[in-house]
Design a protein around this ligand. Structure first.
Ligand code: FAD
Length: 376
Protein backbone atom coordinates (compact mmCIF):
# COMPACT_ATOMS: atom_id res chain seq x y z
CA UNK A 1 0.00 0.00 0.00
CA UNK A 2 1.34 3.44 -0.98
CA UNK A 3 0.47 6.56 1.02
CA UNK A 4 -0.77 9.03 -1.56
CA UNK A 5 -1.80 12.66 -1.24
CA UNK A 6 -4.15 14.06 -3.87
CA UNK A 7 -4.11 17.87 -3.83
CA UNK A 8 -7.37 19.28 -5.23
CA UNK A 9 -10.85 17.90 -4.64
CA UNK A 10 -12.20 19.00 -8.03
CA UNK A 11 -13.21 16.66 -10.84
CA UNK A 12 -9.95 14.85 -11.54
CA UNK A 13 -8.80 14.79 -7.89
CA UNK A 14 -11.98 13.12 -6.62
CA UNK A 15 -12.05 10.56 -9.43
CA UNK A 16 -8.36 9.81 -8.93
CA UNK A 17 -8.88 9.37 -5.18
CA UNK A 18 -11.71 6.88 -5.84
CA UNK A 19 -9.69 4.88 -8.38
CA UNK A 20 -6.60 4.74 -6.15
CA UNK A 21 -8.70 3.68 -3.15
CA UNK A 22 -10.23 0.94 -5.31
CA UNK A 23 -6.68 -0.29 -5.96
CA UNK A 24 -6.06 -0.49 -2.21
CA UNK A 25 -3.88 2.63 -1.85
CA UNK A 26 -4.10 4.83 1.25
CA UNK A 27 -5.25 8.23 0.04
CA UNK A 28 -5.66 11.63 1.69
CA UNK A 29 -7.45 14.24 -0.44
CA UNK A 30 -6.65 17.89 0.32
CA UNK A 31 -8.98 20.64 -0.90
CA UNK A 32 -8.49 24.36 -0.42
CA UNK A 33 -12.23 25.19 -0.33
CA UNK A 34 -14.68 24.43 2.46
CA UNK A 35 -16.90 21.46 1.62
CA UNK A 36 -18.92 22.77 -1.40
CA UNK A 37 -21.74 20.33 -0.59
CA UNK A 38 -22.55 22.53 2.39
CA UNK A 39 -22.36 25.94 0.70
CA UNK A 40 -23.67 27.93 -2.21
CA UNK A 41 -22.03 28.46 -5.59
CA UNK A 42 -20.04 31.60 -6.39
CA UNK A 43 -22.04 34.10 -8.50
CA UNK A 44 -21.47 33.75 -12.25
CA UNK A 45 -19.20 30.71 -11.88
CA UNK A 46 -21.72 27.91 -12.19
CA UNK A 47 -20.14 26.48 -15.39
CA UNK A 48 -22.12 23.86 -17.23
CA UNK A 49 -20.10 21.10 -18.78
CA UNK A 50 -20.73 19.02 -21.86
CA UNK A 51 -19.91 15.55 -20.55
CA UNK A 52 -19.16 13.14 -23.39
CA UNK A 53 -18.42 9.45 -23.76
CA UNK A 54 -14.76 9.93 -22.72
CA UNK A 55 -15.81 11.26 -19.34
CA UNK A 56 -18.60 8.73 -18.89
CA UNK A 57 -16.19 5.90 -19.65
CA UNK A 58 -13.97 7.11 -16.81
CA UNK A 59 -16.90 7.49 -14.42
CA UNK A 60 -18.05 3.92 -15.20
CA UNK A 61 -14.79 2.66 -13.65
CA UNK A 62 -16.01 3.75 -10.24
CA UNK A 63 -19.67 2.96 -10.91
CA UNK A 64 -20.74 6.61 -11.10
CA UNK A 65 -21.81 7.11 -14.74
CA UNK A 66 -25.49 6.27 -14.19
CA UNK A 67 -25.67 8.37 -11.03
CA UNK A 68 -24.10 11.36 -12.78
CA UNK A 69 -26.48 11.07 -15.74
CA UNK A 70 -29.47 11.52 -13.43
CA UNK A 71 -28.32 15.15 -12.97
CA UNK A 72 -27.61 15.64 -16.71
CA UNK A 73 -29.63 16.57 -19.80
CA UNK A 74 -28.79 15.00 -23.18
CA UNK A 75 -28.07 17.42 -26.04
CA UNK A 76 -28.42 15.66 -29.43
CA UNK A 77 -27.16 18.52 -31.56
CA UNK A 78 -26.47 22.19 -31.69
CA UNK A 79 -29.06 24.87 -32.32
CA UNK A 80 -27.71 27.83 -34.24
CA UNK A 81 -29.30 31.21 -33.52
CA UNK A 82 -28.73 33.63 -36.43
CA UNK A 83 -29.13 37.40 -35.98
CA UNK A 84 -32.22 37.16 -38.17
CA UNK A 85 -34.08 34.19 -39.61
CA UNK A 86 -34.89 30.68 -38.47
CA UNK A 87 -33.09 28.58 -35.90
CA UNK A 88 -30.97 25.82 -37.43
CA UNK A 89 -30.64 22.45 -35.64
CA UNK A 90 -27.49 20.47 -36.56
CA UNK A 91 -27.56 16.91 -35.23
CA UNK A 92 -24.40 15.47 -33.66
CA UNK A 93 -25.01 12.11 -35.38
CA UNK A 94 -26.55 10.96 -38.67
CA UNK A 95 -29.33 9.01 -36.95
CA UNK A 96 -29.89 11.69 -34.29
CA UNK A 97 -29.38 9.32 -31.37
CA UNK A 98 -25.95 10.33 -30.05
CA UNK A 99 -25.77 13.03 -27.40
CA UNK A 100 -23.44 14.92 -25.14
CA UNK A 101 -24.70 15.66 -21.67
CA UNK A 102 -25.20 19.02 -20.02
CA UNK A 103 -24.31 18.94 -16.33
CA UNK A 104 -23.38 21.56 -13.78
CA UNK A 105 -19.73 21.31 -12.75
CA UNK A 106 -20.79 21.83 -9.13
CA UNK A 107 -23.33 18.99 -9.22
CA UNK A 108 -20.80 16.68 -10.86
CA UNK A 109 -18.16 17.63 -8.28
CA UNK A 110 -20.59 16.94 -5.43
CA UNK A 111 -21.38 13.44 -6.71
CA UNK A 112 -17.65 12.74 -6.95
CA UNK A 113 -17.02 14.18 -3.48
CA UNK A 114 -19.74 11.92 -2.03
CA UNK A 115 -18.03 8.92 -3.62
CA UNK A 116 -14.54 10.02 -2.53
CA UNK A 117 -15.72 10.67 1.05
CA UNK A 118 -16.79 7.03 1.31
CA UNK A 119 -13.36 5.80 0.22
CA UNK A 120 -10.69 8.23 1.45
CA UNK A 121 -9.86 10.82 4.11
CA UNK A 122 -10.80 14.32 2.81
CA UNK A 123 -9.35 17.44 4.41
CA UNK A 124 -11.19 20.59 3.36
CA UNK A 125 -9.83 24.10 3.88
CA UNK A 126 -6.31 22.83 3.25
CA UNK A 127 -4.63 25.03 0.63
CA UNK A 128 -1.27 23.68 -0.44
CA UNK A 129 1.38 26.38 -0.15
CA UNK A 130 4.59 24.36 -0.12
CA UNK A 131 5.86 21.04 -1.48
CA UNK A 132 9.22 19.34 -1.60
CA UNK A 133 8.92 16.98 -4.59
CA UNK A 134 11.93 15.00 -3.37
CA UNK A 135 10.62 14.12 0.08
CA UNK A 136 6.85 14.48 -0.46
CA UNK A 137 6.60 16.96 2.41
CA UNK A 138 3.73 19.42 2.08
CA UNK A 139 2.63 22.62 3.82
CA UNK A 140 -0.96 23.80 3.89
CA UNK A 141 -2.74 26.96 4.87
CA UNK A 142 -5.71 26.07 7.07
CA UNK A 143 -8.14 28.14 9.18
CA UNK A 144 -6.18 26.95 12.26
CA UNK A 145 -2.81 28.05 10.82
CA UNK A 146 -0.16 26.21 8.82
CA UNK A 147 -0.37 22.39 8.73
CA UNK A 148 2.18 19.88 7.50
CA UNK A 149 1.77 16.56 5.76
CA UNK A 150 3.92 13.96 4.05
CA UNK A 151 3.16 11.32 1.45
CA UNK A 152 5.09 8.80 -0.60
CA UNK A 153 3.43 10.25 -3.68
CA UNK A 154 1.71 13.62 -4.25
CA UNK A 155 -0.72 14.19 -7.13
CA UNK A 156 -1.37 17.77 -8.15
CA UNK A 157 -5.03 17.74 -9.26
CA UNK A 158 -5.36 21.40 -8.31
CA UNK A 159 -6.47 22.88 -11.60
CA UNK A 160 -5.13 25.38 -14.12
CA UNK A 161 -3.47 27.62 -11.52
CA UNK A 162 -1.91 24.58 -9.80
CA UNK A 163 0.15 25.24 -6.66
CA UNK A 164 1.81 21.83 -7.11
CA UNK A 165 2.96 22.89 -10.59
CA UNK A 166 4.19 26.12 -9.01
CA UNK A 167 6.27 24.10 -6.57
CA UNK A 168 7.71 21.95 -9.38
CA UNK A 169 8.67 25.18 -11.14
CA UNK A 170 10.27 26.53 -7.98
CA UNK A 171 12.38 23.35 -7.75
CA UNK A 172 13.37 23.62 -11.45
CA UNK A 173 11.57 20.34 -12.09
CA UNK A 174 9.45 21.68 -14.94
CA UNK A 175 8.96 24.78 -17.10
CA UNK A 176 5.56 26.13 -18.10
CA UNK A 177 3.94 28.17 -20.84
CA UNK A 178 0.64 29.92 -20.17
CA UNK A 179 -1.10 31.18 -23.30
CA UNK A 180 -4.06 33.37 -22.44
CA UNK A 181 -6.54 34.30 -25.17
CA UNK A 182 -7.49 37.93 -25.43
CA UNK A 183 -11.01 36.57 -24.86
CA UNK A 184 -12.83 36.16 -21.57
CA UNK A 185 -16.22 34.73 -20.66
CA UNK A 186 -19.20 35.89 -18.65
CA UNK A 187 -22.17 33.83 -17.49
CA UNK A 188 -25.76 34.98 -18.04
CA UNK A 189 -29.02 33.18 -17.27
CA UNK A 190 -32.16 32.37 -19.22
CA UNK A 191 -34.62 31.29 -16.52
CA UNK A 192 -37.56 28.92 -16.92
CA UNK A 193 -40.57 30.61 -18.55
CA UNK A 194 -43.97 29.69 -17.07
CA UNK A 195 -42.29 26.67 -15.48
CA UNK A 196 -40.93 25.38 -18.82
CA UNK A 197 -37.67 25.63 -20.76
CA UNK A 198 -37.56 28.87 -22.75
CA UNK A 199 -35.47 27.14 -25.48
CA UNK A 200 -35.21 23.55 -26.75
CA UNK A 201 -33.49 21.64 -23.89
CA UNK A 202 -32.27 18.89 -26.25
CA UNK A 203 -29.63 21.10 -27.89
CA UNK A 204 -26.52 23.08 -27.15
CA UNK A 205 -27.45 26.58 -28.29
CA UNK A 206 -24.89 28.67 -30.17
CA UNK A 207 -25.04 32.30 -31.27
CA UNK A 208 -22.04 32.56 -33.65
CA UNK A 209 -21.22 36.23 -34.22
CA UNK A 210 -17.62 36.35 -35.38
CA UNK A 211 -16.07 38.72 -32.86
CA UNK A 212 -18.25 37.52 -30.00
CA UNK A 213 -20.09 34.27 -29.42
CA UNK A 214 -22.59 32.95 -26.93
CA UNK A 215 -23.58 29.41 -25.98
CA UNK A 216 -26.33 28.13 -23.69
CA UNK A 217 -26.67 24.76 -21.99
CA UNK A 218 -29.85 23.50 -20.27
CA UNK A 219 -30.17 22.86 -16.52
CA UNK A 220 -32.50 20.42 -14.72
CA UNK A 221 -34.37 23.39 -13.13
CA UNK A 222 -35.40 24.36 -16.71
CA UNK A 223 -33.11 27.36 -16.86
CA UNK A 224 -30.19 27.78 -19.28
CA UNK A 225 -26.70 28.89 -18.33
CA UNK A 226 -25.40 31.13 -21.12
CA UNK A 227 -21.72 31.86 -21.59
CA UNK A 228 -20.78 34.96 -23.56
CA UNK A 229 -17.27 34.92 -25.05
CA UNK A 230 -15.86 38.30 -26.03
CA UNK A 231 -12.49 40.06 -26.18
CA UNK A 232 -11.16 41.44 -22.90
CA UNK A 233 -9.82 44.66 -24.33
CA UNK A 234 -10.28 47.17 -27.14
CA UNK A 235 -13.50 48.56 -28.55
CA UNK A 236 -16.29 46.02 -28.81
CA UNK A 237 -15.24 44.16 -25.66
CA UNK A 238 -16.64 43.43 -22.19
CA UNK A 239 -15.58 46.73 -20.68
CA UNK A 240 -17.10 48.74 -23.54
CA UNK A 241 -20.65 48.23 -22.22
CA UNK A 242 -20.62 50.56 -19.26
CA UNK A 243 -24.31 51.43 -18.80
CA UNK A 244 -27.58 49.47 -18.70
CA UNK A 245 -28.66 51.22 -21.92
CA UNK A 246 -25.46 50.13 -23.71
CA UNK A 247 -25.92 46.54 -22.53
CA UNK A 248 -29.55 46.50 -23.69
CA UNK A 249 -28.62 48.02 -27.06
CA UNK A 250 -25.79 45.54 -27.65
CA UNK A 251 -27.97 42.50 -26.97
CA UNK A 252 -30.88 43.88 -28.98
CA UNK A 253 -28.56 44.38 -31.97
CA UNK A 254 -26.32 41.30 -31.76
CA UNK A 255 -28.37 38.71 -29.84
CA UNK A 256 -31.92 39.94 -30.52
CA UNK A 257 -33.74 36.77 -29.40
CA UNK A 258 -32.05 36.80 -25.97
CA UNK A 259 -33.34 39.91 -24.09
CA UNK A 260 -37.01 38.76 -24.10
CA UNK A 261 -35.86 35.47 -22.51
CA UNK A 262 -33.39 36.92 -19.97
CA UNK A 263 -35.07 39.36 -17.55
CA UNK A 264 -31.90 39.70 -15.41
CA UNK A 265 -29.60 40.25 -18.38
CA UNK A 266 -28.37 43.70 -17.36
CA UNK A 267 -27.81 42.75 -13.72
CA UNK A 268 -26.05 39.48 -14.70
CA UNK A 269 -23.86 41.41 -17.12
CA UNK A 270 -22.97 44.07 -14.58
CA UNK A 271 -22.31 41.77 -11.63
CA UNK A 272 -20.97 38.50 -12.99
CA UNK A 273 -17.18 38.32 -13.32
CA UNK A 274 -15.22 37.88 -16.54
CA UNK A 275 -13.31 34.58 -16.48
CA UNK A 276 -9.94 33.99 -18.12
CA UNK A 277 -9.35 31.53 -20.96
CA UNK A 278 -5.97 29.97 -21.56
CA UNK A 279 -3.85 26.94 -22.38
CA UNK A 280 -1.32 25.55 -19.91
CA UNK A 281 1.65 23.54 -21.14
CA UNK A 282 4.57 22.29 -19.06
CA UNK A 283 7.72 20.44 -20.01
CA UNK A 284 7.45 17.71 -17.39
CA UNK A 285 4.41 16.46 -15.47
CA UNK A 286 6.33 14.62 -12.77
CA UNK A 287 9.44 14.83 -10.65
CA UNK A 288 10.51 12.86 -7.59
CA UNK A 289 7.36 12.04 -5.64
CA UNK A 290 5.08 14.55 -7.37
CA UNK A 291 2.92 14.27 -10.49
CA UNK A 292 0.43 16.60 -12.16
CA UNK A 293 -2.92 15.46 -13.56
CA UNK A 294 -5.92 17.11 -15.25
CA UNK A 295 -5.92 20.88 -15.79
CA UNK A 296 -2.84 21.21 -13.55
CA UNK A 297 -0.84 19.44 -16.28
CA UNK A 298 -2.65 20.63 -19.41
CA UNK A 299 -5.52 23.11 -19.02
CA UNK A 300 -7.18 23.96 -22.34
CA UNK A 301 -9.68 26.53 -23.62
CA UNK A 302 -13.28 25.26 -23.28
CA UNK A 303 -14.35 25.40 -26.94
CA UNK A 304 -14.23 21.68 -27.60
CA UNK A 305 -16.01 20.88 -24.34
CA UNK A 306 -13.25 18.44 -23.43
CA UNK A 307 -11.26 19.79 -20.44
CA UNK A 308 -13.07 17.77 -17.79
CA UNK A 309 -13.53 14.80 -20.10
CA UNK A 310 -9.81 14.86 -20.75
CA UNK A 311 -8.99 15.22 -17.03
CA UNK A 312 -11.17 12.16 -16.33
CA UNK A 313 -9.46 10.27 -19.15
CA UNK A 314 -6.08 11.03 -17.51
CA UNK A 315 -7.23 8.95 -14.56
CA UNK A 316 -8.17 6.06 -16.86
CA UNK A 317 -4.76 6.19 -18.55
CA UNK A 318 -2.95 6.34 -15.20
CA UNK A 319 -4.93 3.32 -14.02
CA UNK A 320 -3.96 1.42 -17.22
CA UNK A 321 -0.30 2.36 -16.70
CA UNK A 322 -0.42 1.04 -13.13
CA UNK A 323 -1.84 -2.22 -14.44
CA UNK A 324 0.90 -2.45 -17.06
CA UNK A 325 3.69 -1.84 -14.53
CA UNK A 326 2.19 -4.16 -11.92
CA UNK A 327 1.73 -1.22 -9.53
CA UNK A 328 5.34 0.01 -9.72
CA UNK A 329 4.99 3.76 -9.25
CA UNK A 330 8.56 4.55 -10.33
CA UNK A 331 7.80 3.11 -13.76
CA UNK A 332 4.19 4.31 -13.84
CA UNK A 333 4.71 8.08 -13.69
CA UNK A 334 6.99 8.33 -16.78
CA UNK A 335 4.79 5.83 -18.62
CA UNK A 336 1.70 7.91 -17.78
CA UNK A 337 3.24 11.07 -19.18
CA UNK A 338 4.62 9.44 -22.32
CA UNK A 339 1.32 7.64 -23.01
CA UNK A 340 -0.80 10.71 -22.49
CA UNK A 341 1.10 13.83 -23.55
CA UNK A 342 0.52 13.66 -27.33
CA UNK A 343 -3.24 13.28 -26.87
CA UNK A 344 -3.49 16.23 -24.50
CA UNK A 345 -1.45 18.39 -26.87
CA UNK A 346 -3.75 17.41 -29.72
CA UNK A 347 -6.93 18.31 -27.82
CA UNK A 348 -5.38 21.65 -26.80
CA UNK A 349 -4.86 22.49 -30.50
CA UNK A 350 -8.32 21.23 -31.45
CA UNK A 351 -9.94 23.30 -28.68
CA UNK A 352 -8.34 26.47 -30.03
CA UNK A 353 -9.36 25.57 -33.60
CA UNK A 354 -12.94 24.89 -32.52
CA UNK A 355 -13.23 28.43 -31.19
CA UNK A 356 -12.93 29.73 -34.75
CA UNK A 357 -15.40 27.13 -35.94
CA UNK A 358 -18.01 27.94 -33.29
CA UNK A 359 -17.63 31.69 -33.72
CA UNK A 360 -17.84 31.69 -37.50
CA UNK A 361 -18.15 28.47 -39.42
CA UNK A 362 -21.17 26.77 -37.83
CA UNK A 363 -23.29 29.51 -39.36
CA UNK A 364 -21.88 29.05 -42.86
CA UNK A 365 -23.72 27.06 -45.56
CA UNK A 366 -20.47 25.27 -46.53
CA UNK A 367 -20.21 23.87 -43.05
CA UNK A 368 -23.78 22.61 -43.24
CA UNK A 369 -22.91 20.55 -46.35
CA UNK A 370 -20.36 18.36 -44.70
CA UNK A 371 -17.82 19.11 -42.08
CA UNK A 372 -19.43 18.01 -38.84
CA UNK A 373 -17.36 17.68 -35.70
CA UNK A 374 -18.30 15.46 -32.84
CA UNK A 375 -18.74 17.98 -30.08
CA UNK A 376 -20.14 21.44 -29.45
P1 FAD B 1 -10.53 21.77 -11.28
O1 FAD B 1 -11.91 21.32 -11.63
O2 FAD B 1 -10.16 23.20 -11.49
O3 FAD B 1 -10.27 21.38 -9.75
C1 FAD B 1 -9.14 21.82 -9.05
C2 FAD B 1 -9.44 21.72 -7.57
O4 FAD B 1 -8.25 22.01 -6.84
C3 FAD B 1 -10.50 22.72 -7.09
O5 FAD B 1 -11.43 22.06 -6.26
C4 FAD B 1 -9.68 23.76 -6.32
O6 FAD B 1 -10.41 24.37 -5.27
C5 FAD B 1 -8.54 22.89 -5.78
N1 FAD B 1 -7.32 23.64 -5.49
C6 FAD B 1 -6.76 24.63 -6.23
N2 FAD B 1 -5.61 25.06 -5.66
C7 FAD B 1 -5.44 24.32 -4.54
C8 FAD B 1 -4.44 24.30 -3.53
N3 FAD B 1 -3.40 25.14 -3.55
N4 FAD B 1 -4.56 23.40 -2.51
C9 FAD B 1 -5.63 22.55 -2.46
N5 FAD B 1 -6.61 22.53 -3.39
C10 FAD B 1 -6.52 23.40 -4.43
N6 FAD B 1 -14.79 20.71 -19.72
C11 FAD B 1 -15.53 19.77 -20.37
O7 FAD B 1 -15.15 18.58 -20.38
N7 FAD B 1 -16.67 20.09 -21.03
C12 FAD B 1 -17.13 21.38 -21.08
O8 FAD B 1 -18.18 21.64 -21.69
C13 FAD B 1 -16.39 22.39 -20.39
N8 FAD B 1 -16.82 23.66 -20.38
C14 FAD B 1 -16.11 24.61 -19.70
C15 FAD B 1 -16.57 25.92 -19.72
C16 FAD B 1 -15.85 26.90 -19.07
C17 FAD B 1 -16.35 28.32 -19.12
C18 FAD B 1 -14.66 26.57 -18.37
C19 FAD B 1 -13.87 27.62 -17.64
C20 FAD B 1 -14.21 25.25 -18.34
C21 FAD B 1 -14.91 24.27 -19.01
N9 FAD B 1 -14.48 22.94 -19.03
C22 FAD B 1 -15.19 22.00 -19.71
C23 FAD B 1 -13.19 22.57 -18.40
C24 FAD B 1 -13.35 21.91 -17.04
O9 FAD B 1 -14.06 22.75 -16.14
C25 FAD B 1 -11.95 21.62 -16.47
O10 FAD B 1 -11.16 21.01 -17.45
C26 FAD B 1 -12.04 20.68 -15.28
O11 FAD B 1 -12.77 21.30 -14.24
C27 FAD B 1 -10.64 20.26 -14.82
O12 FAD B 1 -10.73 19.46 -13.69
P2 FAD B 1 -9.53 19.43 -12.64
O13 FAD B 1 -9.98 18.52 -11.56
O14 FAD B 1 -8.25 19.15 -13.33
O15 FAD B 1 -9.42 20.93 -12.09
Amino acid sequence: MTEIAVVGGGLSGCLLACVLAQRGEKVVLYERRADPREGTAERGRSINLALSERGLNALRRVGLAERVLTDALPMRGRMIHPVAGDLDFQSYSADGTRAINSISRGALNNVLLDAAAKAVDIRFEHRLTGLDPGSGEMVFDTPGGPARGRAELVFGADGAGSAVRGELLRHDATAETLDFLDYGYKELTIPARDGEFALDPGALHIWPRGRSMMIALPNPDKSFTCTLFWPNSGTGAFASLSSPAAIERFFADVYPDVPPLAPDLVSDYQHNPVGLLGTVRCTSWHSGRACLIGDAAHAIVPFYGQGANCAFEDVVVLDECLRRTGGDWTATLPLFESSRRADTEAIARMALANFIEMRDKVASPLFRLGQRVEHT
